[in-house]
Design a protein around this ligand. Structure first.
Ligand code: SF4
Length: 145
């Protein structure tokens, strides 16, 4: 594999992935990455590492990624994207990954109050004209762009 800085990776290795199948692991040399002038844009580690699934799984993932650029997919995904953002906000900002209480009644109350807090936060952000967060691009994606 050749990186955006023109360095070629050494031979690849294999490793287990969740006991289901193997991953192909690509590691660039530390001697290439350590002095690289764009390393901070490429990786936060001392060298760049990439992993690939077995070919049938890799191709299925690539087909699925291609589908994601179709208008039909984007229309159907729009609904999911909205709720994913809400779930993420609940987990990251409001700690909904775990219930603070035992019992369904108290847990339900926590969910309702969390939803109310989330709505209130959104109203305040809208009132303060705070822009919504943009989807993040990976370091490697930024470097390739
Ligand atoms: S840090 Fe990234 S761009 Fe630089 S040599 Fe390593 S793989 Fe290539």
């Amino acid at each position: 594999m050749t990186c955006p800085n023109g360095k070629v990776s050494p031979p690849w290795t294999m490793r287990d992935h969740r006991r289901d199948h193997e991953l192909t692991r690509v590691k660039f040399l530390s001697t290439d990455c350590a002095p690289c002038p764009v390393r901070a844009h490429c990786t936060k580690h001392t060298r760049r590492t990439l992993s690939f699934h077995e070919q049938p799984l890799f191709e299925a993932i690539q087909r699925r990624k291609q589908e994601q650029h179709t208008e039909v997919f984007q229309q159907s995904y729009g609904k999911r994207a909205g709720i994913e953002g809400t779930i993420s906000q609940g987990m990251v900002a409001l700690g909904t990954r775990r219930s603070r209480y035992r019992g369904q009644d108290k847990t339900h109350l926590q969910v309702v109050l969390t939803a109310a807090a989330m709505n209130l936060t959104r109203v305040l952000n809208w009132y303060d004209e705070k822009p919504r967060a943009q989807t993040r691009v990976t370091r490697f994606g930024r470097l390739a762009a």
